[in-house]
Write a protein that binds this ligand. Structure first.
Ligand SMILES: Cc1cc2nc3c(=O)[nH]c(=O)nc-3n(C[C@H](O)[C@H](O)[C@H](O)COP(=O)(O)OP(=O)(O)OC[C@H]3O[C@@H](n4cnc5c(N)ncnc54)[C@H](O)[C@@H]3O)c2cc1C
Length: 391
C-alpha cells in the first residue's frame, strides 16, 4: 500500500485527494493546519443565518464549463453575476470602470466624444487594462486613464499590496481592466455562479470518501523531514511515496532563503438591525483610510425576508506576519521581481527531492483564482497519476 500525504484541505489539496482516492483507489491522508476544511474558501453561517465567507468574498467565474460541471458533482450552484461599485469622491460608480463610470466621472456632455474615441481606438476589445489607456497616443484617452489611475488604482494598490503600483507585477494590476461597453459584470467570464449551500459543503462532500483520512488541527511542518542522502521527503520519520504540498513553500524549507511576501487581511464585522445597508454586494473604497472593500454577504444569496438583520465585512489589508494576531493567514502572494527570484530558489530546493509535489496558490506562489486552481489541480492530477501508477 502506498503512503500518500496531502498537506492542505483547500481546493488544491481536496481535489487531488478525491481524485487519488476515487480514481486510483488509493488511501490518502489529508493534513490540515486549521480547524476546518476549505482553505481560504471556507464559509460558515453566523448566528443570524447569514452565510459568511470567513476569509473574504469568493465568486466562481470561469470560461470553462467543465469547471462548473466538476463542482456540480459536489454541490448545487446557482447563476450569479458578480457586481461591484466603487466609492469615489463621495459617489458610487460602477466597477469595473465602464462607459457608465466614464459618464459619471466626466459628465454626460464631455463623455460623448471620449466614448467615440475609446470605441474607435479599442474597437472589438471587450476589456482594456488601464495601462493601455495611460499609454494611448490620444491625449483625452490618456487623461481619462490618469484620472482613473489617480482616483482609484494608485491608492487602492498602495493599500492592497503595501507597495507602489510600479513595484507590483503588471499582471496583478491588469486584473481590473476597463470595460469597453456598459457591461456591469465585475468580470467578463461566461459562467458566473455561487454554491447554494456555500463553499464548505463542496469540501465536505469532496473529502467524504472511505479512502480519505482527514486530520484537522495538524501542522504538517512538524512531521516533515528531508533526507538529503536519499533525496526523499520523510513524514514522521518514514518514507512516503508521495507528498503533495499546498502550503507556503518558504515555510517548508524553514525560510532558508528568507520569507516570501504575502498580504493578509484583518476583517471587521459590523452588524445592523436593518434588512440591507449597502447599495451593492461589494463596494470598493480606493480613497478610504486603511480599508479596501466592504462586503454585505446577505446579498450573495437569494432573498431571505426572514432574516431581518445584516452584516458588513470590512477588509483591512496588512502585511502577513505568522506571529501577529490579526494578520497570520497568507492570503495573496506579493509578486515582484525580488519575490519571484526568491521563489525560484525554493523551487531549486524542491527539485532535489523525488517524492514531493507542489500544487496551489501558496505552494506555487501564484495569484490563482478558484477556477484556475481547479483546472490546475485537475491537470496536475494526471502527472500524479502517472507517477503513482508507474513505479
Ligand atoms: C480575500 C480573497 C478573495 C478571493 N476571491 C476569489 C474569488 O472571488 N474568486 C476566485 O475564483 N478566487 C478567489 N480567491 C482565491 C481563492 O481563495 C484561491 O484560488 C483558492 O482558495 C486557493 O486554494 P488552495 O488550495 O491553492 O489554497 P488555500 O485555500 O490557501 O489552501 C491551502 C491550505 O493549506 C493549509 N496549510 C498550509 N500550510 C500547512 C501546513 N504546514 N500544515 C497543514 N496545513 C497547511 C492551509 O491552512 C490551507 O487550508 C480569493 C482569495 C482571497 C484571499
Amino acid at each position: 500500500m502506498k503512503k500518500i500525504i496531502i498537506v492542505g484541505a483547500g481546493f488544491s489539496g481536496s481535489i487531488l485527494a478525491r481524485k487519488i482516492a476515487e480514481e486510483l483507489n488509493m488511501k490518502v491522508t489529508v493534513v490540515e493546519r486549521r480547524t476546518h476544511i476549505g482553505g481560504n474558501a471556507y464559509d460558515e453561517y453566523d448566528e443570524n443565518g447569514i452565510l459568511i465567507q470567513k476569509y473574504g468574498p469568493h465568486f466562481i467565474n470561469t470560461n470553462k464549463y467543465y469547471v462548473i460541471e466538476f463542482l456540480e458533482k459536489y454541490t448545487e450552484l446557482f447563476p450569479h453575476d458578480t457586481k461591484l461599485l466603487s466609492y469615489i469622491d463621495g459617489n458610487y460608480v460602477r466597477l469595473p470602470f465602464n462607459f457608465r463610470t466614464l459618464q459619471q466621472l466626466v459628465g454626460a456632455k464631455k463623455s460623448e466624444s471620449l466614448l467615440a474615441k475609446l470605441r474607435s481606438e479599442f474597437y472589438g476589445r471587450d476589456r482594456v487594462p488601464i495601462f493601455e489607456l495611460l499609454s494611448s497616443g490620444d491625449n483625452d484617452i490618456k487623461a481619462y486613464g490618469e484620472l482613473l489611475f489617480e482616483k482609484a488604482y494608485r491608492t487602492y494598490t498602495a493599500k492592497q499590496w503595501g507597495i507602489p503600483p510600479e513595484s507590483i507585477e503588471k499582471s496583478v494590476l491588469e486584473r481590473v481592466p476597463m470595460a469597453m461597453s456598459f457591461d456591469e459584470r465585475y468580470l467578463n467570464k461566461d459562467f458566473q455562479y455561487l454554491p447554494v449551500k456555500g463553499y464548505t459543503e463542496i469540501f465536505r462532500n469532496m473529502l467524504d470518501h472511505p479512502n480519505i483520512d482527514l486530520q484537522l488541527n495538524t501542522d504538517a511542518l512538524s512531521h516533515i523531514r528531508f533526507d538529503e542522502n536519499e533525496d526523499l521527503v520523510l513524514y514522521d520519520g518514514e518514507k512516503v511515496d508521495c507528498l503533495i504540498y499546498t502550503g507556503a513553500i518558504d515555510e517548508l524549507f524553514g525560510l532558508k532563503y528568507g520569507r516570501l511576501p504575502y498580504r493578509s487581511l484583518k476583517i471587521d464585522y459590523d452588524y445592523y438591525d436593518e434588512y440591507q445597508v449597502l447599495p451593492c454586494e461589494i463596494i470598493s473604497y480606493p480613497q478610504a483610510p486603511g480599508y479596501t472593500r466592504k462586503t454585505e454577504y446577505k446579498q450573495f444569496t437569494p432573498n431571505r425576508p426572514d432574516i431581518k438583520k445584516t452584516v458588513v465585512a470590512t477588509e483591512f489589508p496588512l502585511e502577513y506576519d505568522p506571529d501577529s494576531a490579526e494578520a497570520n493567514i497568507p492570503y495573496y502572494p506579493v509578486l515582484t521581481t525580488n519575490s519571484t527570484q526568491t521563489y525560484q530558489k525554493y523551487i531549486k530546493e524542491v527539485e532535489k527531492y523525488n517524492n514531493i509535489f507542489l500544487c496551489g496558490r501558496l505552494a506555487e506562489f501564484k495569484y490563482y483564482n478558484m477556477d484556475i486552481c481547479i483546472e490546475h489541480a485537475l491537470q496536475y492530477y494526471e502527472n500524479i497519476k502517472e507517477y503513482l501508477t508507474n513505479d
